[in-house]
Ligand binder design. Structure first.
Ligand code: GTP
Ligand code: MG
Length: 295
């Protein structure tokens, strides 16, 4: 009998949710950086074997005091993910201080799905600290089970998969068995560019940009087939333009090279990447624009 279920991954920013998602399905799908608030939208990654389909959903890290509309939208993805899950993976890491807003705690508690406490980054922690965390959490929420893992190194993630296979209901697959995400190639290319922006630029800049692909077509250069991709990098303030471009265009060139390499690997073909920086004033606070951008 085939089994299938939805498993929603939630937690604070930077605890390793996207890293775990990638590890569980064995592909680098979601972007990962050392900066918090890397993930902005909900995304599915689907694990398939002959008898199981586990549909994981990665969400943005929960923001307790949203400062602009974009962050409110990001939070909406999280709260919606309590409603439709066959299991909830609540991810935290060894640096956890248990400072969560009551609304969030109540949502986890109130969800009727099996809930798993997943303590990540065990490779950086000591046993004592981990045990202390587990017992503190057990006083707050009654979890179905606890897993101590390293998403990055793949420690104990197999056990987690096995447990999830056990608890999901008998069901035909929800998605074709060769499908592994609900997002398009275009989305992943935009995300790869954003990942490199998060890595290359500091402070507010990476959080103020939105990447949108404007053109995508087959082309030929020097007798070689390639894909021509033009992407707009929208910034929320004019002054960010010269930061993104850098003196003599040095920074944007670096960005283009870094992004292109990963995009070529992802698409398995040569790519010509053109990046344009454009102002979209205060887009993070404009509900109409946010809607247009898919938030
Ligand atoms: N040492 C160690 N680092 C990890 C582990 N898992 C994730 N990281 C690192 O933690 C950082 C954040 O990882 P992400 O997967 O982007 O975290 P996230 O929870 O998706 O973050 P947001 O998208 O911002 O909510 C990255 O630098 C990862 O490499 C782990 O098991 N061990
Ligand atoms: Mg993430």
């Amino acid at each position: 009998m085939h089994k299938a279920g939805f498993i929603n991954i939630i937690g604070k920013p930077n605890v390793g949710k996207s890293t775990l998602l990638n590890q569980l399905i064995g592909e680098k799908l979601a972007i990962v950086t050392s900066k918090p608030q890397t993930t902005r939208q909900r995304m599915l990654a689907i694990y398939n074997d002959d008898e199981h389909q586990l549909i994981f959903s990665d969400t943005p890290g929960v923001i307790f005091e949203p400062a602009y509309e974009l962050q409110k939208s990001m939070n909406k993805y999280i709260y919606s993910s309590f409603e439709d899950a066959d299991a909830i993976l609540f991810i935290t890491d060894i640096y956890d201080d248990l400072s969560y807003g009551q609304k969030f705690i109540d949502s986890v508690k109130g969800s009727e799905s099996p809930k798993f406490l997943v303590i990540n980054k065990m490779d950086l922690g000591n046993e004592e600290k981990i045990q202390e965390l587990i017992s503190k959490w057990k006083e707050v929420i009654s979890f179905t089970d606890v897993f101590v893992i390293s998403a990055k190194l793949g420690f104990n993630t197999d056990h987690l998969i096995e447990k999830l296979k056990e608890i999901i209901p008998t069901s035909p697959p929800y998605y074709p068995k060769d499908q592994f995400t609900d997002k398009s190639e275009r989305f992943f290319v935009e995300e790869i560019i954003r990942e490199k922006i998060l890595i290359l630029y500091q402070k507010e800049v990476p959080y103020s940009v939105q990447v949108v692909i404007d053109e995508w077509r087959d082309a030929v250069s020097k007798n070689e087939k390639l894909i021509y991709i033009q992407a707009n990098i929208f910034i929320s303030r004019k002054s960010q333009k010269h930061i993104l471009i850098g003196s003599k265009g040095e920074m944007i060139k670096k960005l283009g090279t870094l992004a292109r390499k990963d995009i070529e690997e992802f698409l398995g073909t040569k790519v010509f990447l053109e990046l344009l920086v454009k102002e979209l004033e205060d887009w993070r606070n404009d509900e109409k624009t946010l809607k247009k951008l898919g938030y």
